[in-house]
Design a protein around this ligand. Structure first.
Ligand code: ADP
Ligand code: MG
Length: 351
């Protein structure tokens, strides 16, 4: 339904997107995940035809965004990073106006505005001026605007940024409900957000796609996925003797020993076999009792950092003296680059 091939976007000398390709299938919620400055907004602005790529193509439902922009754009509702709201209009007037821009037939506009207001739960504020709304309500008006005309694809750029926890929960449940009728792509630099709402994750870092998979599969990608914590009845020496004979242990760390019990942490070798089986039988044979065994699955957070780190490593291999960026910087929470990003108008394509 969306096919993106070799998208590259350069701002002067700066390459914001570097040969990005991916496909989006119907009926899922995709999370575009990446640290600030990764290229999320640039990707979304190109997908929606707001800006043109330097190279590459975007095909939406068979329509090439470069060649058939009207048809391609008609399939998409977009909430940009800075919602295109008119502060001096009231909610109803604004949505009515937006529906005319989206070419909803005049006879259907009233019903369509009522429909999106009901979906986003903003009926009660329809007479209020947009400038007097809370951030949460403004965001809902922005989403309502994206839903006008029932486009198949809804694209939301960091829809919960700046909201308080209660508003975040409301917006997330609103987004989850969109899945029934729409394919949704939302961006975020916050992992918990993506794992809470999305079933597919597209991870980007420094303008490149570094992972595209289901949230579940991405969780399995981690090297840390077979980590075990053990509390055993026995001495360090006895236990280490058993560990030495096991083929599925890649490494272990002795944590502590007290009162005839000891604690270990084990990393298993990459294998389909469950190390817990081999381990329990071997310990049983040596008459060592397992008091506790905890398997610590890696979190999406671990994997995010692992992947970001591996991007840095790869880059360092290529050019050692290039500007080094640490994982901390890459995943930092500052959003102060926004000011650089607010004049995409010069790139705006004729509609
Ligand atoms: P994200 O949304 O992931 O935070 P962006 O797509 O906004 O990232 O930005 C990607 C990179 O491109 C950043 O380094 C940003 O500073 C740069 N950039 C974005 N928009 C512009 C612009 N209009 N002019 C120059 N550089 C830009
Ligand atoms: Mg952005």
């Amino acid at each position: 339904m969306i096919e993106v091939s070799n998208l590259t976007k350069k701002y002067g000398d700066h390459t914001a997107l570097d040969s990005v390709s991916f496909k989006v299938e119907k009926g899922h919620i995709y999370g575009l995940l990446g640290p600030n400055g990764a290229g999320k907004s640039t990707t979304m602005n190109i997908l929606t035809g707001y800006i043109a790529p330097s190279e590459g193509s975007v095909i939406i439902n068979g329509f090439d965004m470069g060649l058939k922009p009207h048809k391609a754009k008609a399939c998409i509702g977009y909430l940009p990073e800075i919602p295109p709201l008119y502060p001096d209009m009231n909610v109803y007037e604004y949505l009515y106006f937006a529906s005319s821009i989206k070419k909803v037939p005049a006879s259907k506009r009233k019903d369509e505005v009522a429909r999106v207001m009901a979906l986003t739960n903003i009926d009660t504020v329809q007479k209020r001026l947009i400038k007097n709304l809370s951030k949460g309500f403004k965001q809902r008006v922005g989403i309502a605007q994206a839903l006008l005309g029932e486009p198949e694809i809804i694209i939301l750029d960091e829809p919960t940024v700046g909201l308080d926890p209660e508003q975040i929960i409301e917006i997330r449940s609103l987004i989850s409900n969109l899945k029934e009728k729409h394919t949704v792509i939302l961006s975020s630099h916050i992992l918990s957000e993506i794992s809470a709402v999305c079933d597919e994750v597209l991870m980007i870092a420094k303008g490149k796609v570094v992972a595209l998979d289901t949230t579940d599969n991405i969780l399995k990608m981690s090297k840390k996925s077979q980590k075990l914590e053990l509390l055993l009845k026995g001495t360090q020496e006895q236990v280490e003797e058993v560990f030495a004979k096991l083929s599925l242990i890649e490494s272990y760390t002795f944590i502590e020993e007290a009162d005839g019990r000891c604690k270990f942490e084990i990393i298993a070798v990459e294998s389909k076999e469950d190390i817990r089986e081999e381990l329990s039988f071997a310990l049983f044979d040596a008459k060592i009792l397992i008091l506790e065994m905890r398997s610590t699955l890696a979190s999406l957070e671990d994997i995010y950092l692992e992947i970001l780190q591996s991007c840095v490593d790869e880059k360092d291999e290529i050019s050692e003296n290039d500007d080094e960026i640490s994982v901390e910087e890459m995943s930092s929470d500052s959003s102060d680059f926004e000011s650089e990003n607010d004049n995409p108008v010069d790139e705006k394509e004729e509609a």
